[in-house]
Design a binder for this molecule. Structure first.
Ligand code: NAP
Length: 256
């Protein structure tokens, strides 16, 4: 029996089969983890219904991560359904398409604030209501990030700055939650062709460049990320917290 059998994971961010969160959900399900999923609104709920069968028809509830009341209700419902929570997966981000191209200096305050709210601040909101359910359960939290947080990636702009805030938040949260036995880490994935990624100008060119330059000479898959995420959530990673772990075929080690 897998040591993760029967654990409970709340996964935020499945839009479709290409979503990184879907790869994580598949990987956790293989290990017998019980899944609890969010969807942002009714329309996304209907498309998640179609996917849910492949994932064993898991529990799910509407929850926009910018709506604190909805987040509170989501975790209250998880407490009722499962009695507690072991893992939290934050795989959510948003920026306006017009802010993901051109020059960063042209970012509007509204676009900047929106990217921060959905992509970084939401991790705090989720942790605030999720972690009380992890008491005595060696909880583990992961958030999805990207290299654009620390290096300039053309067109990533406002999202790079939001990811920098997300990675710093992971460190502060790790320090807050460590005494309660809860670990918090970020997974920095290489580029993957998903719905969100398609908003970044010239994303296909980026994919080709990264595949050519990475030590492993390919792009990562959602399954590669799912396996690494499962490791980080598991007891095997019990000594790891506050870190950003790269799942990028080694691209981030390259200089020129
Ligand atoms: P995705 O499939 O489009 O997933 C993004 C998810 O965020 C969607 O399910 C979306 O829901 C959700 N979302 C956006 N705003 C929300 C809100 N207010 N409330 C609740 N959910 C909301 O794209 P993805 O690439 O898998 O992205 C997942 C994470 O990985 C993101 O943090 C992204 O930045 C990160 N990441 C992606 C890559 C890449 O190259 N793809 C690389 C590194 C890191 P809706 O569809 O309903 O809007």
């Amino acid at each position: 029996m897998s040591p993760m059998e029967g654990k409970v994971a709340a996964i935020f961010g499945i839009a479709n089969k290409r979503s990184i969160a879907y790869g994580i959900a598949e990987s956790l399900r293989e290990s017998g983890v019980q899944l609890a999923l969010n969807y942002q609104n009714e329309r996304m709920g209907a498309s998640l219904d179609k996917l849910a069968e492949n994932l064993g028809n898991p529990w799910r509830q509407e929850c926009d991560v910018t709506d604190e009341e909805a987040v509170k209700e989501f975790f209250a419902a998880i407490r009722k359904e499962f009695g507690g929570l072991d893992y939290l997966i934050h795989s959510v981000a948003f920026a306006k398409r017009e802010e993901l191209g051109g020059e960063y200096v042209d970012t509007s305050w509204e676009g900047y604030a929106l990217a921060q709210q959905v992509s970084a601040y939401s991790l705090l909101t989720l942790c605030k209501y999720a972690t009380p359910l992890m008491t005595g359960r060696d909880g583990s939290v992961i958030a999805m990030t990207y290299l654009g947080a620390e290096k300039v990636v053309t067109n990533y702009n406002v999202m790079g700055v939001a990811k920098a805030a997300l990675e710093a938040s992971v460190r502060y949260l790790a320090n807050d939650l460590g005494p309660k036995g809860i670990r918090v880490n970020a997974v920095s994935a290489g580029p993957i062709r998903t719905l969100s990624a398609s908003g970044v100008s010239d994303f296909i060119k980026l994919l080709d460049f990264v595949a050519e330059k990475s030590p492993l000479r390919r792009n990562v898959s959602t399954s590669d990320v799912g396996s690494a995420a499962r490791f980080l959530l598991s007891e095997d990673a019990r000594g790891i917290t506050g870190q950003t772990i790269y799942v990028d075929n080694g691209f981030s080690i390259m200089g020129i």
